[in-house]
Design a protein around this ligand. Structure first.
Ligand code: URA
Length: 196
């Protein structure tokens, strides 16, 4: 946790969110930041209550905003394909993003939007208790680790559970990253298996 404000918000939230589903309900009706006004649906994330691997992206895009589900657009297709290649079944992992509502025109989420949404991600990680958290891209790496530079950090594990990797959209833009991305997913799977 970074700030007193964030920790107060999170404590308040955890009193009400005893479970992931009640947290998801809270996210769906959230009006904490201006992104709420432009959304069709908030995208809390999805996956089993006790997933061994939890993935964090950046923000919902158009397809996610319309469906309320994470990574169902083009970035989702490449994520699915890479999960497959790494032998990871999407239905057993938890997938979410740093902010839960689509920024207009798919712009980067702003600092205050990220801060307002941060307690939701922190609560999800605490509730799911994953063995590995895959931070996909700079936004996820920044909010959790306060570090920058995925190209340098990828493949490395921080604070025992946080594995940095590329965002699937970066892999879409540059297919040369795919091999490294799949190898990071494989490392996440191995780490989760070793800790069973
Ligand atoms: N990109 C993200 O970071 N999250 C999604 O859900 C979709 C695209």
């Amino acid at each position: 946790m970074r700030s007193d404000q964030s920790s107060e918000r999170k404590e308040g939230m955890q009193k009400t969110a005893e479970s992931l589903s009640s947290l998801a309900e809270e996210i769906r009706s959230c009006t904490r930041c201006p992104l709420a006004q432009g959304r069709t649906k908030a995208v809390p994330g999805e996956g089993p209550d006790r997933a061994e691997i939890l993935f964090v992206g950046e923000a919902p895009g158009r397809d996610e905003d319309l469906t309320g589900r994470p990574f169902v657009g083009r970035a989702g297709s490449i994520l699915d394909r890479c999960l497959d290649e790494a032998g990871i079944d999407r239905s057993v992992v938890f997938i979410t993003s740093v902010v839960k509502c689509r920024p207009p025109g798919n712009r980067r989420p702003k600092k205050d939007e990220v801060e307002m949404c941060r307690p939701y991600l922190e609560s999800q990680i605490e509730l799911v208790q994953p063995k590995v958290v895959c931070l996909m891209g700079n936004a996820a790496t920044r909010v959790v680790l306060d570090m920058e530079g995925v190209t340098e950090l990828r493949g490395k594990v921080f604070r025992e559970i946080f594995l940095v990797t590329f965002h699937p959209a970066a892999v879409l833009r540059n297919r040369n990253l795919k091999e490294a991305f799949v190898s990071d997913l494989l490392a996440a799977r191995k780490k989760a298996e070793e800790e069973r």
